[in-house]
Design a protein around this ligand. Sequence first.
Ligand SMILES: Nc1ncnc2c1ncn2[C@@H]1O[C@H](COP(=O)(O)OP(=O)(O)OP(=O)(O)O)[C@@H](O)[C@H]1O
Ligand SMILES: [Mg+2]
Length: 290
Amino acid sequence: MAGADLEAAAGEAGSAGAVDAAGAPGATRSPAEAAGTRPGGDPRALVEVRGLAIAAGSLVVQSGLDFDIHRGEVLVVMGPSGCGKSTLLRHLVGLERPVAGHVLYDGHDLHRGDPAELAALRRRFGVMFQAGALWSSMSLGENVMFPMRLFARLPAAERRRRARFKLALVGLDGGFDLMPAQLSGGMRKRAALARALALDPELLFLDEPGSGLDPLNAARLDELVLNLRHHLGTAVVMVTHENASIFAVADRALYLDPLAHTMTALGPPRELLAHGPAEVRAFLQRGVVA
Ligand SMILES: Nc1ncnc2c1ncn2[C@@H]1O[C@H](COP(=O)(O)OP(=O)(O)OP(=O)(O)O)[C@@H](O)[C@H]1O
Ligand SMILES: [Mg+2]
């Protein structure tokens, strides 16, 4: 395995996953939570972020983050390069511990508690990292089956069937035996998305899925994300700084300000464009011809 592959494997192994072999959600979820009726919580909230402060290395890049991720919504995390979007994503999937605050997933603190319970929670996420390379020594089918081999006890034939289905979902029907090197950039992104979907996550995290793609392929990927949400009901947290994507996919957008080091806006992007703080309006107006 090449270095980048190992890095991808380590990242994915720590976070890819979702439903167990029987197809049942993690055992940590009570019926009340499943129905979104946790006392005192917003019934729409799948994830509650409270007073979160996050660091990259020794640098606190964002603090005072308070927001919810709603069931079934597409929430975009936006802001200029370096504001901390990828860092926030790594904290939201439990790969890094916050400097302060909490991330509550169905009421369970993602960073504190019983390790087995935390692992079960994390298996309900699908993740596609910014540099989310496929494992180049494996075919597309093997790439998609890898998280299943790690986290789901399934017969080989069932793994293959599910992997073919996930590849078909992203428009790569018949791509099971192709190697990553045989694919275009857009196809590779879609295959990485299929791998993030391997275990039927209820929450999908995508870090710049359209980066490096031409506008047409980036738009196709946005459409695919919306289709997944529509057909599977998956909640999606998508990091991007591309305006076209923000307006195409986001139910709500969260703006991380690089100077204030905190979030300065959260809402539907068109509302933020019309009525948001000055820096957010300026950010959303980039490339718009008056
Ligand atoms: N491991 C690290 N050690 C020290 N600083 C880091 C580390 N990783 C990131 N940083 C710094 O933290 C800040 C936030 O980085 P991050 O990658 O989260 O930004 P981003 O918003 O995702 O940017 P981009 O849009 O370019 O992907 C940047 O200033 C970056 O230089
Ligand atoms: Mg980033």
